[in-house]
Design a binder for this molecule. Structure first.
Ligand SMILES: [Fe+2]
Ligand SMILES: [Fe+2]
Length: 140
């Protein structure tokens, strides 16, 4: 049985909603704390929290799907992934212009942190590209 939409209108919908909120909020709060732990050099704590946050985010996604968020048809999933690819692949100019603005305001450190994300965003696009290619799917 597919999970998609299965909790919508069910007698346990409220419980799934509670789980969804707890997982999504929890993972978001983890990610904030991870950034702060790294600033203090607490990399082992940050790594442990990052592993937990990744799993909690995935739990939240599964509950969201049960609640009917997102899409179910395979073609629609590829379409959503394509939109993500487009955003990732075109992120550089927008990020660079924000970094430039921050640098002009005198915060080289923040500008550097933003610029550090640019190759990662391009890596996200490349990761998706490889899967599209493996499935013989076009990106546009
Ligand atoms: Fe969890
Ligand atoms: Fe990304």
């Amino acid at each position: 049985m597919a999970f998609y939409g299965s909790a919508k209108g069910a007698s346990f919908e409220d419980q799934i909603r509670l789980l969804h909120t707890a997982e999504v909020k929890g993972s978001e709060e983890y990610y904030v704390l991870i950034a702060q732990a790294r600033e203090h050099g607490l990399n082992d704590l940050a790594d442990a929290m990052q592993a937990n946050a990744n799993e909690d985010a995935a739990h939240g996604g599964r509950y969201a799907s049960m609640l009917g968020e997102g899409v179910s048809a395979e073609d629609a999933i590829w379409d959503r992934a394509r939109a993500f690819w487009q955003a990732e692949a075109s992120a550089r100019p927008a990020l660079q212009s924000i970094a430039d603005k921050v640098r002009a305001a005198g915060r080289d450190d923040i500008a550097d942190a933003i610029e550090d994300t640019i190759p990662e965003e391009e890596g996200h696009a490349k990761r998706l590209e490889a899967v599209f290619k493996a499935h013989g799917k076009t990106l546009k």
